[in-house]
Design a protein around this ligand. Structure first.
Ligand SMILES: *[C@@H]1O[C@H](CO)[C@@H](O)[C@H](O)[C@H]1NC(C)=O
Ligand SMILES: *[C@@H]1O[C@H](CO)[C@@H](O)[C@H](O)[C@H]1NC(C)=O
Length: 226
């Protein structure tokens, strides 16, 4: 197996971290030992930031690519966008507001935004299937984003598990609401369908930017100077 040969070559410490990462139930032990878990958290935030930045970049590419193919005249950009399904008063709409939130609440909000994109791939695949011009490159990107969103959620939940040792108010295994499958794009008229997909990618891009900002704020608050 490829994974085991990689594991053999990495140091014991990193291997231990990886094992803890895979089994987050073990993570809290590091809190007891050094009272901080700063090293582990710092390592987790490094991966988390990288993933969040990747999602932000690829979702921006996806929106641009989709618009270049289906809206070369840039008419969509001048129309008011549909209201994003994640629009909510509990999600801060500026970096400054996010910075004023408690870390545990901001972490909660960030995980909730990601949960709302749980069905992204399903909806996009369903709705792009009958578009001409085979938006293959876009579908591949969406598939990649779907995987990265799941990965980022796992990272953040790992961080939450550690923090819940000192913040018992952070309940574990909460259920976060997913996108209900709001019929953005289930439209028979092609123009409306395309505008729906444009709006979907626009919302994804805007949420990805927020998530990336929130992760960087959280990192700064939780592991300063790292
Ligand atoms: C993660 O850590 C590596 C090695 O220390 C560093 O080069 C990289 O820039 C870090 N990435 C982020 C997003 O902080
Ligand atoms: C996190 O969000 C969920 C869902 O909205 C909410 O029920 C829960 O109370 C929140 N937890 C904290 C610690 O804010």
């Amino acid at each position: 197996m490829r994974l085991s040969s990689i594991q053999l070559r990495i140091s014991g410490t990193i291997l231990l971290l990886l094992l803890m990462w895979e089994n987050v139930a073990c993570v809290p032990r590091c809190v007891m030992k050094d009272g901080g878990c700063q090293k582990v958290l710092s390592w987790m935030f490094n991966m988390t930031s990288t993933t969040a930045e990747t999602i932000s970049r690829i979702s921006s590419d996806t929106l641009n690519e989709f618009d270049a193919q289906y809206d070369p005249g840039q008419k969509f950009l001048n129309r008011p966008t549909m209201i994003c399904h994640t629009a909510s008063r509990s999600i801060p709409n500026s970096k400054r507001k996010a910075e004023r939130m408690k870390s545990v609440d901001l972490l909660n909000v960030t995980i909730r935004i990601l949960a709302a994109w749980k069905n992204l791939l399903y909806h996009v695949k369903n709705n792009m299937a009958d578009l001409d011009g085979t938006p293959y490159a876009t579908t591949v990107k969406v598939e990649f984003l779907d995987g990265q969103i799941k990965r980022l959620t796992k990272h953040l939940q790992g961080i939450k598990t550690i923090l819940s040792q000192v913040h018992p108010e952070l309940k574990e295994n909460e259920n976060y609401p997913a996108w209900s499958g709001e019929p953005y794009v289930q439209q028979s008229r092609r123009g409306i369908q395309l505008f729906g997909l444009h709006s979907l990618f626009f919302c994804l891009h805007s949420d990805a930017q927020k998530v990336s900002d929130f992760v960087s704020i959280l990192r700064h608050q939780i592991v300063p100077n790292k």
